[in-house]
Design a protein around this ligand. Structure first.
Ligand code: 6PG
Length: 247
């Protein structure tokens, strides 16, 4: 695990954009294509806007990229809470990625089990891997309760060890979200957590420096092997860290 400290949110987004260009470029050089799973929430929005403009836009071969989502809310794609809508508006509508290489997670489906299985099938078809599909890059955020993707504290999906995409009932939200599970997340070649702001300082300390308790802090369950894990955090989010070495 590597912790990288950005000065502030703007620096964090630029560093994440450089990492995106490098990681995607390496995958395309190695395999002729790259597969990325985007995260939702608000943190990545400015990053996705950055990737949609010079110089980053021109440094990605969008024709060879396949884009997925690591989780999605149970809302239509035009809803203000949709992770798909956020990425479409900030990035995908502004870059030349073929429509048939953008794979929306249909978490609003009235049959979430069927939709999750359908998405898992698509991932298995589009993302290479011997056994479990291996994403070249998965972006993750972390909530102030320590959740990541839609793996929330004490939610059923934390126990899933076979399936790769599942509906996950989240009691505190009174909603069923759809999410990648640990087996799929931890198979990735590169996982990048993006954490920004003072509101995440205490939970970041608990996750990185507190006792291991994945049910309480699901982000602790992200341990890609043999893939790489980078925590890219800004100074405000890192304010409570005492022991973790940073670069
Ligand atoms: C979601 C995200 C979720 C998010 C965290 C952090 O659907 O909400 O996938 O895991 O990354 O909640 O969200 P912020 O970036 O808005 O703090």
């Amino acid at each position: 695990m590597q912790l990288i400290m950005a000065q502030d949110y703007d620096d964090l987004c630029h560093r994440a954009a450089d990492h995106f260009v490098t990681t995607v470029g390496e995958a395309i050089a190695r395999a002729g294509r790259a597969s990325v799973a985007l995260s939702g929430g608000s943190t990545p929005r400015a990053l996705y806007r950055l990737l949609a403009q010079a110089p980053y836009r021109e440094r990605v071969d969008w024709s060879k990229l396949r884009v997925f989502w690591g989780d999605e809310r149970p809302v239509r794609p035009d809803h203000e809470d949709s992770n798909y809508r956020m990425a479409r508006e900030a990035l995908l509508a502004h870059v030349p990625i073929p429509e048939d290489q953008v794979f929306r997670m249909e978490a609003e489906d009235p049959l979430p089990e069927v939709a999750a299985q359908r998405y898992e099938t698509i991932v298995g078809k589009e993302v290479a891997g011997s056994g479990i599909p291996r994403f070249d890059l998965i972006h993750l955020g972390m909530g102030d309760d320590g959740h990541t993707a839609s793996l929330f504290p004490h939610s059923p999906a934390l126990e899933e060890s076979g399936r790769l995409v599942v509906p996950n009932p989240v009691a505190k939200l009174g909603a069923i979200r759809t999410t990648f599970t640990y087996p799929l997340l931890n198979a990735a070649r590169n996982v990048l957590f993006l954490v920004s702001g003072p509101g995440k300082a205490e939970v970041l300390r608990a996750v990185l420096e507190g006792p291991r308790d994945v049910h309480t802090y699901p982000s602790q369950g992200i341990r890609p092997e043999p893939g790489s894990l980078i925590w890219l955090v800004d100074r405000a989010a890192a304010a409570r860290l005492e022991q973790t070495a940073r670069t």
